[in-house]
Design a protein around this ligand. Sequence first.
Ligand code: SAM
Length: 261
Amino acid sequence: MIKLILFFSLFANLCLFILLNKKKIKNFFYKKNITTVSIEFIHPIFKHKIINSETKFPLDLHVSKMILVHDKDYNVKGLITDYETWILSLMSKISPNIFEFGTCSGKTTYIMALNSPPQAKIKTITLNESQASKLVMSKGENKIAFKNIKNESSYNQFMFSNTDCENKIEISYENSIDLNIENLKNKYDLIFIDGGHTYSIIKNDSEKALQMVKKNGYIFWHDYIPGKTSTKDVYKYLNYLSKKIKIFHIKDTNMCFYKKD
Ligand SMILES: C[S@@+](CC[C@H](N)C(=O)[O-])C[C@H]1O[C@@H](n2cnc3c(N)ncnc32)[C@H](O)[C@@H]1O
């Protein structure tokens, strides 16, 4: 009997330990190849006012236009966090030409339009319901990522629809695999990749973005998450790509970035 109690208490402690250290355990098993940096490393726009050795305050430059989309209540798909949204909003301030892979509800498109310079142009591509329904999964693709593409391609109205900044945005319903980039090369200051999360799509979008980004321009990827099944190909591909080009993971986010020298 004592042995049984001992066994159960050991088992309960083990479960509790796993629960409390889920993130650390995942990070241990899914080794990150990519160095994590704080936001100050991305661009001088993120530099803070130093108050003392422990405290930083934001600068006026850090004020941005934000929207709070309460994920539980609003039932909007594909959302990025508020901190990630704010990082994109500051990057938009210094980016007159922006390209986005994956519009979904248009939340990130709207944020980039709200914060970019007045003459800025934003092109965003996405799939509509009918295009997504015709997609055929190739052998070996991630089933959950594929299912998510279908699920997230359901919008024909966007958060930026009928707003003052809608005229900055060009939305195109097209499969990024078929995107012709001949006239888009070296054009963009900022590219945000958050489209399909299967290996073939993340590879296609990244390879195209690397040609589309300008000198000194930036590419940001979403969903670099160790151990999450639906985004495992983003993690795998970025780890692979980071051996060829300098990619950094941004602390406290699921985002990575690359700056073209
Ligand atoms: C995660 S959501 C984007 C979320 C959005 N960036 C936001 O934060 O508000 C993914 C989007 O990528 C689009 N998408 C998936 N695969 C695509 C492909 N091959 N070509 C174009 N768009 C694609 C989907 O239609 C969906 O709108």
